[in-house]
Structure formats: structure tokens, C-alpha cells
Design a binder for this molecule. Structure first.
Ligand code: WT7
Length: 676
């Protein structure tokens, strides 16, 4: 930050320096078969047709009662969609497919260990298992519509089955990623006031059988200490008939879930008719400060949004074999492993383990064996697979028609490798921008209607009307080369209803920034603040520059982290890069890079080339003061690079609690390296 200016007052927008990438047209044969190849959709869903245009998405679902009103916007920013309508999510994901497709496989479950048998679960069997578990939840646990249940389950079939069993009863599920600590789970149990926890004894990850019940016990103890005791803990066995945990079953609290389900064999449970605006689930998301926010998602609007985007963005058809490598414990898994694909009745892969266990060929062996034709992953996974062996995927017979990335901006270099090595230059790529709070995709190409531009997510989806505001709230025009704060002007059905139990924080976090009249009842006065920096090019494509919090301010020039990192990644030998602004009393803030190398790259050469690349591509203002070659970058469990920790280390400050990272040990390693 330059002297005398507070962060608030800096009027400069984020500088944008990168060049426009060449666009790539989707292959003809993709366009010929795509679910959405009608350009008219943008007219149908233009602002003039807001909000009724979204009826088209709601009609993708089966309703037990039609809605009377598309949107109730009488109390902004608390919007209600498809008011008067009633439906059940499990009916839409299961029952409605049974007549024609009971035999179709819903999921191929693939254990991490290659020694173990796979399991193919048909829609008919899924229906049976969901009904039996729903019966257990109602009869043995006394759960009722509106109660909350925390799911602390790994990537096994029990997780989606538990979600759907809750949905059948109208019980609100709150999924906690299995890699999270017991303490993190406890915090979410307490906030959601769950009295029932569903978990598993153990699971496989990274070649090990991990004891999970130990963590579930810790979660229950901590929740109890905070005044929210777990009354019933349902414990599934990863290997039925065995119990693989050091933690004993606690009398009076813990129940053998496999046995309970057996007792309910053949039970059926009538689906609870839910109002469209009722809550389907909570998904906690952590921000920079404060306790995690429970994004509260609706039954009708959410399900309509994920069904429509699965169909038109991911191009899912019932006869496809689709694989999204995310964990169901995150929103990506909820929307694009469970609810969206199931609403469309497709076949998916559910893989328990890590993508590189036992080696980086694992995803391609799975894809080859099942003829996976739709693939979905994150830039972090793309970079990790590239780093492991850039040539490897070419040895496999991969038949992807469409591929997706999500979670972070993807650097054009990594994009091109994904396209060539994994997509064989034939698969279309969608780079989907959205957030836990949003329910589903907001910015992406519609793959048959737009060309692809590496590194740019794409234009807004039909019915979504973004705006980029500068600090003063002036809209920055497309093609001006200036970046600012990405906002969405209009409400959309997939957006969360609120933050669970904290309406005030909901308004403050997402709406206060650009709302000028808190009393206004006009939705136009309530732009949604995403918290990301973005730039829109002349052709309407948005390029995401990373979180506003991560923006680097060099002498009043604001630089987007992703742009600098992309410049690092153009250097051969660099597999991952994080650029952060490091404060120095004399020199102010200066960018420094942390890079990880591909095997065999010569560090000195790479460091020089990285410095040159950044100065040439971005300009002297972005000159890197130092480039640190590190073994790996600190990442969250969902694969996001923790730049804040790197800043603290570079400034010789305490990085704070790092226990929730995917790789906490790397923080100590980098700390030692910087000290030497
Ligand atoms: C943040 C939301 C969306 C589900 C998974 C992450 C970043 C997400 C992209 C993308 C650039 C992206 C943004 C966003 N992000 N997708 N395609 N290009 N950035 O959900 O954990 O709620 O994170 O992820 O910064 O705000 P999340």
C-alpha cells in the first residue's frame, strides 16, 4: 500500500496486463449433439424476461404442486423462488427415473485400493437403500422434517444415500468434508444444532486406512462441551462385518448403522412434499475471518439451478458416464456429483481415494475402464497430474467429450495441457465460475454456443446479469481493460436463502457493499458482491483475478495474483506458483513468488526465467523481489492456495493456525527454508 492511503480509499482499479488468448471453436461433432445449441436461450432469458424466464429451468423438475409465482421479491435480499410450488428432491433424483431406468447404474463405486471389487449401484437399488435409511432416520432416530443432521462421511456410497434419505424426509443435511478435523466438525454441529451425526468407522485415502470414528468422537465431545450434545451417532462400517476404529462404540449414543438398515430391509418411506423455498441442506464455507457461514440452500430453486446447469453447461445426458473428481463434502460434490447428475438420471463414477494413488495413471485407468466421457476436476488437480508426468495421459484411450474445471482460475498454460494431453484436443472445456453461496455455475461458456478462451471463465450464463464495480460503485465497461469487484445484479434461483441463523451477516457480507438504500424493495438496488476481482473483455468474457483480499498493492497499483502466477507458469519447469505481496518498511509492498518445480527442472534457470517472464508480461511494476523454490504450496483441503500464510512467512510473522490445511507440514518446511 502506498503511503497515506488506506485500503478503502484507493480508487485505482486492479491493473490488467495479460494479453488476450486465442479462442478455440468447439468441435462440430460436439455442437451437433449438445443439449443446448440454441442461441435463442440468451434472448429468452434476457433481463426483459426476468424473472419468469426461470420457469424454463423449474420445468426440468417434477413438482407435486405447481408454483403460483416465479419470484417473491417483496423483501430484498431475501428472495423466494417458485412460491406455492411443492416437490421432493429425492423423488426428482430417484423415483422419477424408476419406471424407465431402474436398471441403469447411478454410481460405479470405486474403492481406492485396486485390490477391492467395484460396486455398481442401479437407480432401483439406490431407491431401496435411500428408503431403508430414511426409515432408520425416522423410526430409530426420531428425525422429522426441518431437523438438522450432520453428515461426516467419506467418499463412499453411504454419503449420497444419507443426503437423499434426509431429503426424502425433509430433514436438512449438513455435510462436513471427511478430511476436516473433529474440531471443525464440532463447530458445524453446534452452529446447525444437529442432534444426530452420521459417520463411518474408517476409509481409505492416500494408500492408508484412516480411522475416522476417532475424529467423529472428538467432534461429539467438543459439540457437547459447547452445549450441543449428539444424541445419536450412526456409524457405518467401511467394510461391513468389520469395525476398523480405535474408538469404541459408546453405549446409549452410538448405533451400528449397517445393522439398523438391515432391520429396515424393504421399508419404504413416502416422500415429504416440501415447499420450494424450504431448506434442502447447509454447506459451511469459511471466509478470511469469523466462524464458518452455513450457506442455506433451498429445495426448488437450488434443484432447478443444478439440473439446468448440469444439462446445459456440463452437457450431461442419461446415457453418459460422468466423473467429477471433487469430494461430495464440498458444494461442487453436492451440486455436480449428487443433485444435478441424479436429477438428469445419468451414470457417474464415485471414487473413494486420491487421484494420484497409487500413481498418476489412476484416473486414466478408471476413465478407460468405464468409458468415462464427461470429466470434471479442479485446476489444482490438473496441475498436480501435469506435474507428476505431463506425457502420461497420452498413453491412455481417453474419450472425453467435455471437460470442466472449477474452484480457481486456471492458468492458460495448465488449460492448454488439459486440452491437449487429457482432452486430446477434441473435448470442449468449460471453466465454471461460482461459489458455495451460489448453488451452481454463474459464469461459464455454453460449450456449443461459445468458443473457449484459455484462462477466461466465459460470459455470464443465461439469466445471469453481472456487473464489475469500481471502489466507488461505478460500473466498469467491458473492454476497458480495467478490473474491479465482480457482482451479480439480479437474483437467481440457485442462490442461498441466507446464512443459517444469521440473516444480518448475510446482508452485510454479500449486499451491504453496493446497496445504497437498505429499505429499498427493488431487487435492482441489491447487487450481490462475490468478493472476486474480475475483468471483462470486449467480447463479454470474464477473467477472474482471484479473491479481492489477495490483491497485491504495489505503490498504489493493484495487481491480481492470478495474472502474476500465470506469467510464472509460462516458464517450462514451473508446476505451481503463488505470488504474494510482501511488506517492507523501506520498499513498501513488493511481489514475491513461491514456485514448485516439475521433476528434474534446474532451479536457478527457472528462477531467472520466472523473474523475466513477470517483468515482460506484466511490467516492471510487478518485478519479483524474490522467487522461492519450494517443495509444495500450502493449500486448503479443497485445493485453494493459502496466500495469506505465505505472506506471513515471508514477513516473518506467525502464520497462525495451519491445522486445517491439506498439507500443514509444508508451512514448517517453508519457514525453515526462509530462515536459512
Ligand atoms: C471461489 C468460491 C465453486 C465451487 C467450488 C469453490 C474461486 C471458483 C472459479 C473459476 C476462477 C474460481 C473464486 C470464488 N473460483 N471457480 N472457474 N475461475 N475462480 O467454491 O470454495 O465457495 O470458492 O472460488 O474465487 O469466489 P468456494
Amino acid at each position: 500500500m502506498s503511503q497515506g492511503q488506506s485500503n478503502e480509499r484507493i480508487a485505482d482499479t486492479i491493473g490488467v496486463h495479460w494479453r488476450e488468448e486465442e479462442v478455440i471453436r468447439p468441435p462440430e461433432d460436439f455442437v451437433a449433439q449438445a443439449n443446448m445449441a440454441d442461441p435463442d436461450i440468451f434472448k429468452r432469458m434476457s433481463e426483459a424476461h426476468f424473472p419468469d424466464c426461470f420457469d424454463e429451468y423449474a420445468r426440468l423438475l417434477d413438482w407435486s404442486r405447481e408454483w403460483d409465482r416465479t419470484l417473491d421479491d417483496s423483501n430484498p435480499p431475501f428472495f423466494k423462488w417458485f412460491v406455492g410450488g411443492e416437490l421432493n428432491a429425492s423423488v426428482n433424483c430417484i423415483d422419477r427415473h424408476l419406471e424407465k431406468a431402474a436398471e441403469r447404474v447411478a454410481w460405479h463405486f470405486i474403492p481406492e485400493s485396486e485390490e477391492e471389487a467395484h460396486e455398481a449401484l442401479s437407480y432401483g437399488e439406490l431407491s431401496r437403500r435411500v428408503n431403508e435409511l430414511a426409515s432408520v432416520l425416522r423410526e430409530d432416530c426420531g428425525l422429522e422434517c426441518g431437523d438438522r443432521v450432520t453428515l461426516y462421511l467419506p467418499m463412499t456410497l453411504e454419503l449420497p444415500i444419507a443426503m437423499l434419505a434426509c431429503a426424502r424426509l425433509g430433514v436438512i443435511h449438513s455435510g462436513v468434508f471427511s478430511g476436516y478435523s473433529g474440531a471443525a466438525c464440532a463447530e458445524r454441529i453446534v452452529d446447525s444444532q444437529s442432534r444426530v451425526l452420521i459417520t463411518m468407522d474408517a476409509y481409505r485415502r492416500g494408500g492408508k486406512l484412516l480411522d475416522h470414528k476417532v475424529k467423529a468422537d472428538e467432534a461429539a465431545e467438543k459439540a457437547q462441551a459447547a452445549g450441543c450434545p449428539i444424541e445419536r451417532m450412526l456409524v457405518f462400517s467401511r467394510y461391513p462385518g468389520q469395525y476398523n476404529s480405535e474408538a469404541p462404540m459408546k453405549e446409549g449414543r452410538d448405533l451400528d448403522a449397517n445393522a439398523l438398515v438391515r432391520n429396515r430391509a424393504g421399508a419404504t418411506v413416502a416422500p415429504q412434499a416440501m415447499r420450494a423455498e424450504d431448506t434442502l441442506f447447509l454447506m459451511y464455507t469459511s471466509g478470511t475471518t469469523g466462524k464458518p457461514k452455513g450457506a442455506q440452500h433451498s429445495v426448488g430453486g437450488y434443484l432447478a439451478w443444478v439440473a439446468a446447469t448440469s444439462k446445459y453447461v456440463l452437457d450431461i445426458k442419461p446415457e453418459d458416464t460422468y466423473w467429477c473428481m471433487a469430494d461430495i463434502g464440498w458444494i461442487t460434490g453436492h451440486s455436480y456429483i449428487v443433485y444435478g447428475p441424479l436429477a438428469l438420471g445419468t451414470t457417474s463414477i464415485l471414487y473413494e481415494g486420491a487421484p494420484t494413488t497409487p500413481d498418476a495413471g489412476r484416473p486414466w485407468r478408471i476413465a478407460e475402464q468405464y468409458g468415462v466421457n464427461l470429466f470434471h476436476t479442479s485446476p489444482t488437480a490438473v496441475r498436480a497430474l501435469r506435474r507428476a508426468d505431463p506425457e502420461l495421459p497420452k498413453q491412455f484411450d481417453l474419450k472425453f467429450r467435455a471437460m470442466t474445471t472449477v474452484g480457481e482460475p486456471i492458468e492458460p498454460e495448465a488449460w492448454r495441457w488439459y486440452f491437449e494431453a487429457i482432452g486430446h484436443g477434441r473435448a470442449v472445456i468449460t471453466d465454471t465460475w461460482w461459489q458455495t453461496e451460489n448453488g451452481g455455475h454463474l459464469i461459464s461458456t455454453l460449450p456449443a454456443l461459445h468458443a473457449m478462451k484459455p484462462g477466461s471463465a466465459g460470459p455470464a450464463l443465461p439469466g445471469i446479469h453481472p456487473v464489475i464495480f469500481d471502489e466507488e460503485g461505478e460500473a466498469i465497461p467491458a473492454g476497458s481493460g480495467k478490473a474491479g469487484n465482480l457482482c451479480i445484479r439480479n437474483p437467481w434461483p440457485g442462490r442461498m436463502l441466507s446464512i443459517w441463523g444469521d440473516d444480518e451477516r448475510f446482508v452485510k457480507t454479500y449486499y451491504a457493499r453496493y446497496n445504497h438504500d437498505p429499505k429499498s424493495r427493488d431487487w435492482r438496488d441489491w447487487p450481490y458482491l462475490a468478493g472476486d476481482g474480475a475483468v471483462q473483455s470486449e467480447d463479454g468474457f470474464y477473467r477472474i483475478l482471484g479473491r479481492i483480499d489477495d490483491v497485491i498493492n504495489v505503490a498504489g497499483h493493484r495487481l491480481g495474483t492470478k495474472e502474476l502466477e500465470s506469467a510464472c507458469l509460462t516458464v517450462a519447469g514451473v508446476s505451481e506458483a503463488a505470488v504474494v505481496g510482501v511488506s517492507d518498511e523501506v520498499k513498501g509492498v513488493q511481489p514475491e513468488a513461491f514456485i514448485a518445480l516439475v521433476d528434474g527442472a534446474a532451479p536457478e534457470k527457472v528462477v531467472d526465467a520466472v523473474k523475466t517472464s513477470v517483468t515482460e508480461r506484466i511490467g516492471p511494476i510487478a518485478r519479483l523481489r524474490r522467487v522461492h523454490v519450494v517443495p509444495d504450496l500450502p493449500k486448503t483441503r479443497s485445493g485453494k492456495i493459502m496466500r495469506r500464510i505465505l505472506v506471513a512467512l515471508a514477513e516473518k510473522r506467525d502464520p497462525g493456525n495451519v491445522a486445517t490445511l491439506a498439507n500443514p507440514e509444508i508451512v514448517e518446511a517453508i519457514h525453515k527454508q526462509l530462515a536459512s
